[in-house]
Ligand binder design. Sequence first.
Ligand SMILES: [Zn+2]
Length: 415
Amino acid sequence: MKRIEKHTIGMGDRFTRQGEAQLAAVCQARREGIDVFPVWNKSNREHTIVGSHPDSLRAEADAAVAALGWKHAYYVDADHIGLATVDRFLAASDFFTIDVADAIGKPAAADRQAAALKALGPSLGAVDVPGLPGGLRIDFSTAEQTVGKFLPAVEEAGRIYRHIAAKRRDEDFVTEVSMDETDAAQTPEQLFVILKLLADEGIPLQTIAPKFTGRFNKGVDYVGDLARFEQEFAADLCVLAFARDRFGLPDTLKLSVHSGSDKFSLYPVIRKLLRQHQAGVHVKTAGTTWLEEVIGLAESDGEALALAKEIYAQALDHYDDLTGPYATVIDIDKRRLPTAADVAGWSAERYVSALRHVPSCPEYNPHFRQLLHVAFKIAAKKGQRYFDALERHAAVVNRNVTENLLDRHIRPIFG
Ligand SMILES: [Zn+2]
């Protein structure tokens, strides 16, 4: 088993052009004494939309590491894979995010449910969890319901894990299980039971992505009850630390936050709790690096700005097609979207200030930003023309990518 470090940051990059600019942010953080390690992640959904192969992400990571002389750990994450999609990720990845959200709530065999409940027996009742005021109370009906709901997902995770382990002989990878892309947030009590089930399934779990309370829309800030999130996140940290020892899970086990990027209002909360609990975390950001590319193009003015405007106009034309696959993780109010004609008249500065995520900026428009975030398919279709523009304006684009990752994510979470 490859042991993951305490603090890791997941970085998405739709077009695999920004590996060096992303790693530059991590290198700078390191010079500032921030111990964080990079994970390049890309899901099957994004590979499919862009038409790329997982090997390209490995090539990007290795090239960035070689170019900047990074001497430390780094990972390539097969993000949100299942049995049907994992095979083409096997060679390139050393971090697997096993997504079993779809199996939650499927029927489980009665005998296996009964066996799982029996194994949970000694952990039922009042559980004294260090650091958690009042501890946990796992009564029999909670246990029964939780086992009934999550056992099929855990068994599916086991099948996928064993499939990966059989194909990667030395088992030199990190295993994450994700349950975030589902309707209901998991309570700390459910998390406790789920960890027991995963341990009994024999999965060397190092990161787990529960669904947290509130909305984690792509590329924009958190929408939800901050106090409730804080309470839940603190409880999850306590449960993880406790379950790790009690159930014999790897001592590297930590939470994975599928942030969807830019959860600025959560970062101070996460940072404070990590310190209080001396806990590690993996924070995945989504592929907002692609938005920094568009910002860099817009900032460069001239034909590059024209290209950025053209991408937006076409995104409006293909609204349903682009937003469909992301329906559950975006909240766009169409009435707040500028028209193509509005945007055609914008200056470079106006375009950049609408798109760049600076909440205090009066021109910042989260609807415009969310639509562009899911519009990378438009740029993918432009192909070489888009890549040539990135190449021509590489200095501005790279600066935006690096600054965004460092100033708006790494420093606020880990600094
Ligand atoms: Zn996720």
